[in-house]
Design a protein around this ligand. Structure first.
Ligand SMILES: Cc1ncc(COP(=O)(O)O)c(C=O)c1O
Length: 378
């Protein structure tokens, strides 16, 4: 039952304390066990996680690395992308998708998204491919998969690898295919706020080809082929045992937590049905959305920012992911784009509002959020 105090309680975007409470003392135990084991980098916890995570995503191989950003950087390198190459990606994403491409000296070539979904359009991606394109890097933004089968066909047509940015798409599915199942490689993030998150930084790459797997093992460990034998140039990006141990505890809960996110989304959809001003992003048929974020577009000049400010006054911590598209970032200046180049991404940056969707929201909280949004949107 709602007491007045409960009605006013803050609604956070994530609730890691509730997650810990649901797991009981399992996390505390593995953290202590790992501390006492003295094995901190790679090792059995990491190997178990790589195996089980790859199996969950229906991919052949898993490689644990230091972060989701490293997952993309190392995957690009393992897939053979060279400085000066072009890699097609989305203008509506966390900057790491494009930044990773630039970090290895390649050029991010952007292809617009459908503003109803936030997902990179396959025809726009085809049009963005040129003679220098050596990789296509779509982003499963908010936890909904792009049209992976169409992107697989495009990559085959262009004879370049497909690298999925699946940082937000743990256990998401479309047309019967999971994130990481069809790509030559896929990068995942285990940043604490992700659907599957650790207590710090962590990432993984899934891949299918044994040669790519070998390249990734070397890239994350100074190009090492055996102890003190360096076959190639690499870096230090090895997943730590403590993070793998935490992820191993949480992994069996991921699907149930995603299911609760979907139930929250369904309720929001019902509550926003019929609103002319507040329109939830569209979900493709045959999509099993992971709802890392639940996004609505708020129509009208300045309306989104007004609603956001009003929600914060009510201690409802909605957020804008992302207020400025990739091509309008200062760091992107030399890629040669400007305002107006990607209308889909720009419309979303103006109108998108992400509402709390985590698995530990109560039905009352979902209703309070939706009522607040509708009232403030007018
Ligand atoms: C779409 C996307 N790509 C890449 C990353 C990078 O992951 P990490 O923060 O683990 O480096 C993130 C993280 O937020 C992301 O959302």
């Amino acid at each position: 039952m709602n007491t007045p105090a409960m009605t006013d309680a803050p609604i956070p975007p994530v609730d890691l304390a509730a997650e810990r409470a649901e797991l009981g003392d399992a996390l505390d135990r593995v953290v202590l066990e790992t501390l006492h084991s003295g094995a901190y980098v790679l090792g059995p916890q990491v190997e178990a996680f790589e195996r089980d995570f790859a199996a969950l995503q229906r991919a052949k191989h898993g490689v644990g690395v230091g972060s989701g950003t490293d997952a993309l950087i190392l995957a690009l390198k393992a897939l053979g992308v060279q400085p000066g190459d072009h890699v097609v990606t989305s203008p509506f994403t966390f900057f790491a998708s494009a930044g990773s491409i630039a970090w290895i000296g390649a050029k991010p070539v952007l292809a617009d998204v459908d503003p109803d979904t936030g997902l990179m359009d396959v025809d726009a991606a085809r049009a963005a491919c040129d003679a220098k394109t050596t990789c296509i890097l779509p982003v499963h933004i908010y936890g909904q998969l792009v049209d992976v089968k169409a992107f697989r066909a495009l990559a085959d047509e262009k004879q370049v690898p497909l690298l999925e940015d699946a940082a937000q798409a743990h256990a998401a599915e479309r047309d019967g295919v999971r994130a990481g199942e069809l790509g030559d490689a896929a990068g995942f993030s285990f940043y604490p706020t992700k659907n599957l998150g650790t207590a710090g930084e962590g990432g993984a790459i899934l891949c299918r080809d044994d040669a790519v797997l070998t390249a990734l093992h070397r890239l994350r460990d100074h190009g090492s082929s055996a102890k003190y034998q360096h076959a190639s140039i690499g870096t230090n990006s090895r997943l730590q045992a403590m993070h793998a141990a935490i992820l191993n505890v949480k992994l069996p809960h991921l699907e149930a937590w995603n299911e609760r996110r979907r139930a929250n989304a369904k309720r929001y959809d019902e509550l926003f049905a019929g609103s002319e001003v507040v329109r939830p992003l569209t979900v493709a048929p045959n999509s099993v959305h992971a709802y890392h974020q639940y996004g609505v577009r708020v129509r009208g000049e300045g309306a989104r920012d007004r609603v956001l400010a009003g929600l914060h006054e009510r201690k409802i911590f909605a957020a804008v992911h992302y207020p400025r598209p990739v091509h309008e970032q200062e760091a992107a200046a030399e890629w040669g784009y400007g305002p107006g180049d990607f209308p889909g991404a720009e419309a979303l940056a103006r109108e998108i509002l992400c509402l709390p969707i985590h698995p530990f929201l109560s039905p009352e909280q979902v209703e309070r959020v939706a009522a607040g949004v509708l009232e403030l949107a007018g």
